[in-house]
Structures are given as structure tokens and as C-alpha cells.
Write a protein that binds this ligand. Sequence first.
Ligand code: ADP
Ligand code: MG
Length: 711
Amino acid sequence: MKPVMETDIQYLPGVGPRRAALLRNELEVATIGDLVRLYPFRYIDRSTVQRIADLHPDQAYVQVVGTVQKARLFAKNGAELPPDKVKYNLANRLSVIIADDSGEMEVVFFKGIKWMHPRLAPGSTFLFFGKPTAFNGRINMVHPEFDAPEAAAAGVLTGIYPSTEKLKSGGITGKVMVKLVSSALEMVLPKLEETLPEYILREKGLVPLSFAYRQIHFPTDQNALAKATYRLKFEELFFLQLSLLKQKYVRSRNAVGLAMPRVGDAFNRCYKALPYDLTNAQKRVIKEIRDDLKGGHQMNRLLQGDVGSGKTMVAVLSSLIAVGNGYQACLMAPTEVLAHQHFANVSKYLAPTGVKAALLTGSTGAAARREIHAGLKDGSIGILIGTHALIEDTVVFKSLGLAVVDEQHRFGVDQRAKLWAKGAGGVAPHVLVMTATPIPRTLAMTLYGDLDVSVIDEMPPGRKPVQTLCVGENKRHAMYNFIADEIAKGRQAFIVYPLIFESEKVDYRNLELGYEEVIKRFPEPQYHVAILHGQQTAEQKAFHMDAFVAGRANILVSTTVIEVGVDVPNASVMVIESAERFGLSQLHQLRGRVGRGAERSYCILMKGYKVSKESQKRLDLMCATENGFEIAEEDMKMRGPGDLEGTQQSGLPISLNIASLARDGLILSDARTYAAHILEQDPTLEKPGNAVLAAELRKDRYVRKDYSQIS
Ligand code: ADP
Ligand code: MG
């Protein structure tokens, strides 16, 4: 027989097949256990009764005690139906005026009118429970629950469960949910087994699981609720981390890697010729990579470093270790522009080493392509730089040992397979993925919980902070004048727009109009303005980009195509038009384009007339800090982890019921420490003492299957 928690929800008394389908479709509740773990998303203090006069639309759910003054029925066309001969089939809306000592308000029902109307008779008094809303300048409540006035003091805290219109019209109201949860608990709790080891409960002072389940649904007081919440959050994050870390252990045990015991001459020659000292962070990361490459296990490492932190150098030196051990390396960039730029930079660094690099992109001509293919096969090309073109089937290496992927989060399964198949002797190459999107620590531990993560948390010396300001349209002329001043000093400026062409719907500054305005203000021959957007051909892009990189163009007007990786140290101004349109991470990435040289740099956020509170908060934060990790943390708090850049492409690997990556960072690292400790002693969870943990992990609730590898 199945354990109670895994029993199909339809067998819970009061459910049955029809309601089961609703619960499954609307709330993803398929088993009794799912219902037990469907926690209230909010609690209401139902001992408090508000005065009608004090209600306002910003309030969440409240309750008032009101006496019915009038109950009127209206037809669809708005006409009142005669009260003497009630025809419910014509009634579209039931409007009830209720009153307490402080005032009157309307409560409205659109459904279940036939049932409600006779009960809400004038003169009768009820406890109404609902959300105040503003309608025609007055407060009303739509579809409140109502009950005898004595119900007010019944429970101190009442949980509110997620609900949908379909659930309600299918008869699963808030009250019904409470009953179902209550009977689920009755079935589950007597036989419930503890899922966490005794010593963790003791050390962390966690309440038993059965107490936690009961209190999370029906708390006796705030304190008990807090304990239950903490216990359930800990458990959720603990198993999540246990699962991720276990995958990591298994992978690192199984993944055979190409051994690269030497550092090699090429590395040393390049290192000695560097025009600057590496930062300590760069040195540390290179050592981490070096240790991985020696080891004989395949490296799967994520390198996080803010824009301008010097990741390219790390990629070059790592590639040279591969070359020094007789292997080849490839460096894959997300765009053609970036691939070109990498090629130019890397070639400079390679000059003293004699190692040959080649550039392969979608627009590489047939003849050049043939030559590259030959050079890869005979091993004369040591480092291949390019776009996705380099994982095509026709690209065959003599002995690929390391693949570096810049600015890209995760590959699809196919691409990953293709890349892995290119490794020397059929062994998967080592993989280093570099990202400039700072990911909050808690998210990195989860999203990349199964990977090794290196962080460059230090900028090269001599960088001046980018001064950021946010201004409105009234400062547009001043902004252009400011750009002119900077150009007069020999600097360059970026102007970035959210859209290419004018959109009728949204009033964002767009590239086409913007460009015209800019060339009017900055005319030839005194000035030269380059333009870059996604609808240009590769040649057009390269032409305009080169003009800006080489300093021939004073201004680059563009969409966000320049977002990633572009390096023009002489650019000192970044203007972002309709800045309210952009997310925090994007603004941060864009700002990172300037401040790369020795000069003082500026980021000007141009905002429109109408900016929401949320957007203003983002803009304020941008003006307040330059720390990418801080910005990412805030971004996650504002938008939730699911919307962050880097998680959008593939979604979060997990679904959390109660814990929040944005708020529960401390619990998360605590839980991770315990999980790591357990796995260090028993990586496969085979010891009898860990049987409960292994069983819990087998339930597969915690991590999405296809998410265990980065490449
Ligand atoms: P990102 O991490 O954004 O890819 P880059 O690798 O493009 O950063 O480096 C940004 C700039 O900093 C480049 O011009 C590079 O030459 C320079 N740079 C990198 N490391 C150092 C260092 N240790 N000291 C000084 N400048 C450095
Ligand atoms: Mg870069």
C-alpha cells in the first residue's frame, strides 16, 4: 500500500474525481502530501475586526461586522430587478449595503447569487471577510466570505490558501480548502515519519515535522508559526542542497578528465609579457582552474566576475595551460561582435607565445573556413575563437582539451553533447563558463549548486567609479552639451535605446528617431556618429563597431546589442534612454561598458515622464551603488529569482514551496553546510543512519532532472 502522503488526492474524503482534477490543474496538488505541503501564503489575524470607515484599498484581507441595510439585484444591462418577483436567472449582480457604527459600504456578488440573496436579508448581521477595493471612489468588497459574527474570535491566525476563479466556482472555496487540509492532516500526522536526522533537529532547535505541518496550517500563535516556518524552510533548502551536492559528487567521481599536469611554456611566456599584474582574484581563480585541470577529473566550472573584472585574461591563461599540455582550446562568444573583439585581444596576448589563434564565425568565408578546418585538424591552430559556429559538426579538432564559453548561461542538451563529443580521444573537454551577470550567492548555490564556482570579486586597480545620475527630459539639452564637452576632451559616448523603431503603444525613445536627433545635434564633419542594432548585417555591424572601437566615431547609438562584453576604454559616457524600461541587471551590464579606462566616466539614466514606483526604485538603486552583487540581490528581492537574467532562459531548476532564495540566504547556507558535511562522510548516502535522507531524495521533489550539468 502507498504511504498516505503519496495517495492520490481524489481519495481524500470530500474530494472525489471532479475536485481532484481541479486541484491538480489549478494548484498542482495531485497527492495528499501535495496538499499538506500547500502552505498558506498569508495569515490573517481573525481576532481583529476593522471599522468600515477605516478601510482603504491598500489593505489585504480584512474583516468587518456589518448589518445588511439593502440587498438589490441587477440585470446584465445594469437595471435593478424588481424586488417583489425575483428572477434569479436574470440577475447578474447582487449588491448588498452593509453598515456598522462607523459607516456604510457595498459588498458585491456575481456568482452564487441565488444562494447568497436569501441569506443576506436586511437586518441580519454577519462577519464579512474580504479584500477592500476602490470602486467609483468608494470602498467595496467583491465576493467576501461571510459568517456568523461570533466567528471572529474563533482562530487567532487563519491561513489563506492560493485560489483561482475555477477553484471557487468548482466549489473549492477558502473554507472548503481549510476542511480538506484539516482532514489531510488527520490522515497524515499519526503515521508521519521524521525526515531530518535527530542531531540536526537538536543542533538547530528545529521542531518535529508533525508539529510543523500542523502549525503551518493552523497556528496557535505567532511563535509556533515562526518555528514551523523555520523548520519547513530549513528542510526544503536542506534537501535541495543535498540533492545538488550529491549530483556534484557523483559527477566528479565519474567524469574522467584530460590530465594537464604542466603549466607549460606558452603560459609562462604570456604571463611574463603581461603589461600589468594580475589582481589577487585573477590569480586565485587561475590557481583554482589549474588545480582542476591537473586532477584527471573533468572540470565544470563557472567563473563569475563583474564586467571589466578581467575574465578574458583568465580564459587566455587557462587556454594556454591546455596548449602547454598538447591540447587545443576554444573560446565561444555569444555574438559576432564579441568574437571579433576577443580575437583581437587574445591575439595580442598570444604574440609572445607563438601559439596560433583563429577566428571562426557564421560569416567566415569558405576559403578561410577550409584553412581553419585544416589547421584545427593538424593541430597548428592552438586556440579557436568564435561564435556558435565552432560547435558545428564540420569543426573537428586534433585534440580539444578546454572549452571556454563566454557570457552564456547554459547550453541546451544538444549543444552540450556536440561540444563534449569534440574532446580529445572522445573524452569530454574541460569546461569553463564565464558570466558577467552577478548572481546572488543563494541563487548561485542553487542554480549552479552542482558546479564549482569561481568568483573574481576584485577590479583591476586604477578604475574610477562611474558617476551615475538619473534625469528627466528637461535635462536633455544639458545631456547633449555634456556629451559634447566629453568629446571635446577626446572621449566617446554610448547612447542606448530600448527599441529600434517607434512603437505606437509605448512611448519609449527609440533608436531610429533618436539617431536622427543625435546626428542633428552632432553633425558631420565635426562629429561622427556610428549606429548599431540587431537588424544590421554582420558587415554593417562590424563596420560601425570598428569605427567606434578605433575612435573614428565619437558616439555610438545602439540598441542593447552592445550589452555584452564590448571593451572601449576611451568611452566615458553611457546614456541610457528610457532607462525605466530596463531591468536592474541590464542597466548594470550597460553601465559596465564605461569606466574601463583611466578617465572619469558617467552613466546618465534618461527617464520618461511616467515612471512607476518600482522603476524609480531601480533607478535610485543604480545611482546608489556600482556593486553588481548588491544590485543582483536587490533585483532578486524586487522581482523574485525566477525573473533574473540567467534564470529566464531555462527557468529555475527547482520549485520552492516555502523558502525564498531572496530572503532565506542564511538558512540556505546553513542547510548547505549540513548537507555537505553529511555527503563528505557518505557521498552515496548508503549508511543506515542516512537511509531516511536517501529515501527522501528519491522522491525527486527537489530538483528538476535535466538540470544537473552546465555543459
Ligand atoms: P571582463 O571580465 O568584463 O571580460 P575584460 O577581460 O574584458 O573584462 O577586462 C577588462 C579590461 O581590463 C581589459 O582592457 C583588460 O586588458 C584589463 N585588465 C584585465 N586584467 C587586468 C589587470 N589585472 N590589471 C589591469 N588591467 C586589467
Ligand atoms: Mg568579457
